[in-house]
Design a protein around this ligand. Structure first.
Ligand SMILES: NC(=O)c1ccc[n+]([C@@H]2O[C@H](COP(=O)([O-])OP(=O)(O)OC[C@H]3O[C@@H](n4cnc5c(N)ncnc54)[C@H](O)[C@@H]3O)[C@@H](O)[C@H]2O)c1
Ligand SMILES: O=C(O)C1=N[C@H](C(=O)O)CCC1
Length: 251
């Protein structure tokens, strides 16, 4: 499988490079990054994906939302499947991803780890039982180089809980602007940034005299790269459409 890595000189791009280079079935044919000379990669790196004239089977993207329009245009023009792992997208970006998936296969997940996707399954079940009488709060922690907040994963967890509750919840980000008591219809979402924290997500169900906390801790970035490779192997021969971890790990 011939792969283009978009954002290849970022932290995730470099972890993904190592994982792919250890798999004899995979080949990186090109990388794309706005700082193409930052590392001595074994593959050519371009500033703009349209500069690559060779053949590829799939694109894996760990970069920045700024890249999205060009990336989708390229994949549609070449009829290439794409795995999008970038976070921090706007509502318009999500609509563009959905629209593009009517033409090409797109796999999107804000978190490629197996663990977070099992956590989502667990918190959906818990929310079904507890939402009437328990307050739900999400806390995420990441390293001090992360640009977007709250994390794409925190949004994804909140959206899945809300889906389970007929979209009855509204999101409250931090509480410093609020001078009133907590409303029952809220999901609070809180972001912490510091040091080299790879990624932690806790979902807290707080009730009368009892608390349930369901937590995932990422111990290395390898879990995201391994998940993205699995996603690439999964969509490479799929028809156009929008795919997610639900299709890959949760049956
Ligand atoms: N889905 C997942 O499982 C998962 C896991 C980890 C990270 N991420 C997401 O992946 C993205 C990348 O994470 P990272 O830690 O590697 O970040 P990073 O900042 O280390 O890397 C991003 C790379 O993209 C390039 N880039 C950024 N903006 C650009 C622009 N405007 N034009 C061209 N190139 C640009 C940068 O040069 C950099 O090399 C983030 O959105 C992060 O949240 C997702
Ligand atoms: O390191 C990051 O940046 C991460 N971003 C994703 C998110 O925003 O949810 C997934 C975890 C790591």
């Amino acid at each position: 499988m011939k792969i283009i890595i978009n954002g290849c000189n970022g932290k995730m791009g470099q972890v993904l490079t190592k994982q792919i280079e250890n798999d004899p079935d995979l080949e990186i044919v090109a990388g794309v990054d706005r700082t193409p000379d930052k590392y001595k990669n074994k593959y050519p790196v371009y500033k703009d994906i349209f500069e690559f004239k060779g053949k590829a089977d799939v694109v894996i993207d760990f970069s920045n939302p700024y890249y999205l329009p060009g990336l989708l245009d390229y994949c549609i023009e070449k009829n290439l499947p794409i795995v999008i792992a970038t976070t921090g997208f706007s509502n318009k970006d999500y609509k563009d991803i959905q629209k593009s998936s009517k033409k090409i296969p797109i796999f999107y997940s804000a978190n490629m780890s197996l663990g977070i996707n099992v956590l989502i399954k667990l918190v959906r079940e818990a929310a079904k039982i507890l939402a009437e009488s328990f307050d739900i709060e999400i806390i995420e922690k990441h390293h001090n180089n992360k640009i977007d907040a709250p994390s794409g994963t925190a949004y994804m967890i909140a959206n899945k809980i809300n889906e389970e509750l007929n979209n009855s919840k509204e999101y409250v980000f931090g509480r410093y602007t609020k001078k009133e008591k907590r409303n029952k219809n809220e999901i609070g979402i809180h972001a912490i940034r510091g040091g080299t924290i790879v990624g932690e997500h806790s979902v807290i169900f707080a009730g009368l005299d009892e608390i349930i906390e369901i937590k995932h801790t990422a111990m290395s970035k390898n879990i995201f790269a391994i998940g993205a490779i699995k996603a690439a192997k999964f969509i490479v021969n799929k028809d156009k459409g929008l795919y997610s971890m639900d299709d890959l790990v949760i049956t």
